[in-house]
Design a protein around this ligand. Structure first.
Ligand SMILES: *[C@@H]1O[C@H](CO)[C@@H](O)[C@H](O)[C@H]1NC(C)=O
Ligand SMILES: *[C@@H]1O[C@H](CO)[C@@H](O)[C@H](O)[C@H]1NC(C)=O
Ligand SMILES: *[C@@H]1O[C@H](CO)[C@@H](O)[C@H](O)[C@H]1NC(C)=O
Length: 341
């Protein structure tokens, strides 16, 4: 009986895999044709699955991602490239839950208020703040919806360097565990993360309060703070890319929140179309440049999905269309020049 059930479960799994067919330029092919490729992918990404049903589920997500990759490569032909990566065995729902967790906080009232930013109008044609050493190494938030804490933390690290200090890694985990306004791995908002850091009297180093990628109990009362936020706020108005570029030139790297659903399978090149603006992820913009062969201006954006995602952890986002909502939530931080501890 046991064997019969196992046999039937197996049949169902195989049948459901066979039901998935991939369209390519020369017709359709069956899921089982992808098993060799999938096993290579599993080896490359050191994946193993508990049982056959998990294996077939992951194979079916992998195949759906291949379909998305093919579709996006067609839509973005000649510009951005998409390819299977470490996320390829996740469904889009799993990806959203684990990696897209910007949750705008209701405590922040006036996000859309028109402000008068007085930046110099003459800015360089290209600008990459990494070359000035204002950007710390690419981080990996792992499967915890802490993008907002990373985006805020990266901004604090940048402000700390720009204030004349040697680079330091902030404790994102302190923000994940202790920020009472936001939801830890369940998501949050850089603006209220800044508010928390200020109210906590500053932030600890990553060494003193290491990252665990899970929600934990706050122990920041026992850890030394290395810097404190002096001020923070919006750096440019929604929808105005002229102002965004002026803000990058005048203030350095900036925290932004974007719609990153289409970034899941991104590999390289300028993402220059088909990116909506329902913000779900927060990152850091570190400069802008022009892609020479197609004369396409773009922003240089640092992600927190590790260096094995995108271009060594970065993505290039085209200018001029508010792609991915890139102008919608742009914030800066300044740290106290002489910390008070
Ligand atoms: C497309 O599918 C056909 C049928 O399975 C297969 O023979 C062919 O190799 C596939 N082409 C590509 C480019 O994957
Ligand atoms: C910050 O973290 C990166 C990556 O783990 C590491 O290479 C670097 O040495 C760290 N910097 C400091 C000041 O600890
Ligand atoms: C965009 O921002 C620039 C610089 O602040 C400003 O001069 C311009 O009027 C703004 N454009 C719009 C449409 O608000």
């Amino acid at each position: 009986m046991r064997y019969l059930i196992a046999f039937l479960v197996c049949l169902v799994a195989i049948a459901s895999v066979d039901a998935i067919r991939i369209q390519n330029n020369s017709g359709f092919h069956r899921a089982r044709d992808f098993e060799g490729e999938f096993r290579q992918w599993m080896t490359k990404h050191e994946k193993s699955y508990a049982d056959d049903s998990e294996y077939y589920l992951r194979l079916s997500h992998y195949i759906k991602n291949l379909r998305t990759v093919a579709d996006y490569n067609k839509k973005h032909a000649g510009m951005a490239k998409f390819a299977p990566n470490k996320f390829s065995d996740l469904s889009i729902e799993e990806f959203r839950a684990g990696y897209l967790n910007y949750v705008p906080n209701k405590l922040i009232k006036d996000r859309s208020t028109k402000q008068n930013f007085d930046y110099p109008a003459n800015i360089p044609v290209s600008l990459d703040w990494r070359q000035k050493g204002f950007v710390t190494p690419v981080k990996n938030q792992e499967q915890c919806g802490s993008c907002w804490a990373f985006s805020a933390g990266e901004q604090i690290e940048t402000a700390y360097i720009m204030a004349g200090n040697a680079a330091q890694n902030v404790s994102e985990q302190q923000i994940v565990d202790c920020d009472p306004y936001d939801g830890g791995c369940g998501g949050g908002d850089p603006m209220t993360a800044y508010q928390y850091v200020q109210s906590a009297g500053g932030i600890t180093t990553n060494t003193d309060y290491p990252y665990t990628a899970t929600d934990g109990t706050c122990y920041a009362q026992n850890t030394p703070k290395f810097t404190q936020i002096a001020s923070y706020g919006y750096a440019s108005n929604k929808g105005n890319e002229t102002e965004l570029k002026q803000a990058i030139a005048a203030r350095g790297p900036l925290s932004i929140c974007v719609d990153a659903e289409t970034w899941m399978n991104y590999q390289s090149g300028v993402l220059n179309s088909n990116c909506p603006d329902e913000l779900d992820h927060c990152v850091q913009i570190v400069g802008y440049d022009v892609e020479q062969s197609t004369n396409t201006p773009y922003y240089i954006v640092r992600n927190s999905w590790g260096t094995d995602w995108g271009m060594e952890g970065y993505i290039l986002v085209g200018e001029g269309q508010n792609l991915c909502g890139i102008t919608d939530e742009v914030t800066y931080v300044e740290v106290e020049a002489v910390p008070t501890f």
